[in-house]
Design a protein around this ligand. Structure first.
Ligand code: F6P
Length: 198
């Protein structure tokens, strides 16, 4: 059966300061994850299959995949704009506290309907699900793909494969520094998680 591998980028400088969006570098801890990723992936693949790496166009995913791309197996790499993080528009670069202070109505609207709430000048989860359609189609035609991308994007891809209604995407648990291996079967998807303990 075909599996797909999913990972968030390693911890970023913005993750550390609680800011959303942006195009920050990964932190020192994020670097440790990037260095651990080749072994983590190798242990979860279980044979000498070559994976193809898909990242977003943002630095933190490319930096996270760097050692994997350079590993002896020499994985191919592709950058997709459609895998960039949910666009938080005018709230890009703010902390949740700053959003609550500066845009209290938006903060409440998002809390009331996180799936449909669209950031001013940005996107909603629903928008992300729609822009991921070509990615999902390509994924279904491909084999041996590892996707290194962002929290909101991964939640949508994860919900899709786990047959969870897309409306529940915003609440999927996709932690940092954890490799997720999904293997679709006839009636359900088998899931394995590999925690890098970083
Ligand atoms: O904080 C990391 C992050 O990827 C942000 O860039 C993004 O806006 C957020 O998570 C998405 O999570 P939530 O939808 O829960 O705010």
């Amino acid at each position: 059966p075909r599996s797909i591998w999913l990972s968030r980028h390693g911890e970023s400088e913005f993750n550390l300061s609680g800011k959303i969006g942006g195009d920050a570098n990964i932190s020192e801890r994020g670097q440790l994850y990037a260095r651990a990723l080749p072994d983590l992936v190798a242990s979860s693949v279980g044979d000498d299959r070559r994976l193809t790496i898909w990242t977003s166009t943002l630095k933190r995913t490319i930096q996270t995949a760097r050692f994997l791309a350079a590993s002896p197996k020499g994985y191919d790499k592709l950058e997709w704009k459609a895998l960039d993080e949910l666009d938080s528009g005018v709230c890009d670069g703010l902390t949740y506290q700053e959003i609550a202070d500066q845009y209290p109505e938006d903060f409440k609207a998002r809390d009331d309907d996180k799936y449909n709430y669209r950031y001013r000048g940005g996107e909603s989860y629903r928008d992300v699900v729609i822009r991921l359609e070509p990615i999902i189609m390509e994924l279904e035609r491909s084999e041996n793909i590892i996707i290194v991308t962002h929290q909101a994007v991964l939640r949508c891809i994860y919900a899709y494969y786990m047959n969870v209604p897309q409306e529940q995407s915003p609440w999927m648990e996709v932690p940092l520094h954890t490799l997720i291996k999904l293997t679709p079967r006839a009636y359900s998807t088998e899931e394995q998680r590999f925690d890098a303990n970083i």
